[in-house]
Unconditional design. Structure first.
Length: 100
């Protein structure tokens, strides 16, 4: 089976911090895989510039569209997974934007 290549961000291309900055409107995370794999997938989307940090934060925030899509009010385990992803993305943004 051939290995699928992933689009890599050119070394001189900055991460997209603000704005939608996304050629792919989805976060590339799924409920039926582990939180660790979802974190790797989300990091890849941001690293390649296909998703901005602010768009990820908006989607993962409490009452955000990803939580509604996953029906987190009915499943605390999924809500906990999205809480972890949100903490990861917010910490990344704070590292890049001092005082945010």
């Amino acid at each position: 089976k051939a290995k699928r290549s992933r689009k890599e961000r050119p070394p001189d291309a900055p991460l997209v911090v603000d704005g939608k900055g996304s050629e792919h409107p989805q976060l590339n995370i799924r409920k039926n895989i582990s939180a660790q794999i979802n974190r790797v997938n989300l990091k890849h989307m941001i690293d390649t510039g296909r998703l901005s940090l602010s768009h990820a934060i908006q989607s993962l925030r409490p009452a955000g569209p990803q939580r509604k899509k996953w029906k987190c009010d009915e499943n605390p385990e999924l809500a906990s997974q999205l809480d972890g992803l949100l903490r990861f993305v917010v910490a990344w943004r704070k590292d890049l934007v001092p005082g945010w």
